[in-house]
Design a protein around this ligand. Structure first.
Ligand code: PLP
Length: 372
């Protein structure tokens, strides 16, 4: 028995998306940048994929820039925005962003660009009032993730954007965990930049995109050829991009069904744990990504729960990173000020559309055995 319950780490490739990518690897392998007829199909496939993705998030095709994934999109948003600003104005982000954002912020700090880190509430929310406290007319960029990857809390992006814009700042959101799982409309949210990664929505690994609203100043990320409107050089990954667009369209077409399936599984898991008298707290509250469940068990160790579940064929992840024999509490759990005795015993279960009620029951049985 193998139960995969780590869909926030990556997801299974959509089979139709896989089929859609094959022609661009085999017969039609032309370089999309070449002018001859052999490459015409690849060029059109790229344009179609860009248009499909744009429609999925209510953007224009020329506002979609293909990247090698979420990490690159985040790096580009943070560094590209800083490097386009000769005045070295400040960036504001939150303390519980993914390392792709946090480490990019550290990198620009080293180059003399100031960065401030907002603290989320204990419920896992970055409030517009905390942003309003920090922001000044010397803030260039605000970057707050759409949904946290460890605890799933969905941030009040529209309200945060309003604060940023009313102070003249640009707003970026890392939507890597959210795209393909909850409705995203960049115009309605009013974001200026948004990062996404295909492998989080049943697309292939190593491909993603950055949405950049027209007229936003951004320095190029890769120097080289003229691809991606001269901003991100490198021969386009046509097969990966076609696969990503197909996977995203599929997930969006079935979003309502998938969402309610996963929410039902999530409810079953929580109610069965309660019925079995397992002591736990669920991290984060308010609006949470469907299926993402961060659970903390008192006076135990998340790493050892992970390994014991693994022996039972169940894959989940932890909220603590094991460093040799020491379990380190993640920066996310630290940022929400979870007590150490709970934080150390944290696991993240992320259910996806492939999971079943039987999977959930096995996870509950497994946890009962380990914790009982
Ligand atoms: N941002 C968030 C919120 C993520 O969860 C991840 C991946 O886990 C990334 C960025 C990085 O994306 P990628 O794996 O495509 O580099």
């Amino acid at each position: 028995m193998k139960i995969y319950a780590d869909n926030a780490a990556t997801t299974k490739l959509d089979i139709d998306a896989f089929e859609a990518m094959k022609p661009w690897l085999l017969g039609e392998y032309g370089n999309a940048s070449q002018p001859y007829s052999f490459s015409r199909g690849a060029k059109k496939a790229l344009a179609d994929a860009r248009a499909t993705i744009a429609t999925c998030i209510n953007a224009m095709p020329d506002e979609i820039f293909f990247t090698s994934g979420g990490t690159e999109a985040d790096n580009w948003a943070i560094k590209g925005s800083a490097f386009a600003d000769s005045c070295h104005r400040a960036t504001i982000t939150s303390a519980f962003e993914h390392h792709a954002i946090l480490h990019s912020c550290i990198a620009i700090e080293r180059l003399g660009y100031p960065v401030a880190y907002l603290h989320p509430t204990r419920n896992g929310v970055v409030t517009p009032s905390s942003l309003a406290e920090y922001i000044t007319d010397d803030t260039r960029l605000v970057s707050v993730m759409l949904a946290n990857n460890e605890i799933g809390t969905i941030q009040p992006i529209k309200k945060l954007c309003k604060v940023a814009h009313s102070n003249g700042a640009v707003f970026h959101t890392d939507a890597v965990q959210a795209v393909g799982h909850i409705p995203i409309d960049v115009k309605d949210l009013d974001v200026d930049m948004l990062s996404a990664s295909a492998h989080k929505f049943n697309g292939p690994k190593g491909v993603g995109f950055l949405y950049v609203r027209k007229n936003i100043k951004l320095a190029p990320f890769m120097d080289g050829g003229a691809q991606e409107y001269n901003l991100r050089a490198g021969t386009e990954n046509v097969s990966g991009i076609v696969c990503m667009a197909t996977a995203l369209k599929h997930n969006i077409d079935k979003m309502h069904y998938n969402k309610s399936h996963v929410i039902n599984l999530e409810r079953r898991l929580i109610s069965r744990l309660i019925a079995e008298n397992v002591r736990f707290v669920r991290n984060g509250s308010g609006s949470i990504l469907p299926g993402l469940i961060s659970l903390s068990f008192p006076n135990t160790d998340g790493e050892s729960i992970l390994h014991r579940l693994d022996l039972m064929g169940i894959s989940v992840s932890t909220g603590s990173a094991c460093n040799g024999s020491i379990s380190e509490i993640s920066h996310v759990l630290k940022a929400i000020q979870l007590e150490d005795s709970f934080a150390k015993g944290t696991i993240r279960i992320s259910l996806g559309k492939e999971n079943t009620e039987r999977d959930v029951d096995s996870i509950v049985e497994g946890l009962k055995k380990i914790l009982g």
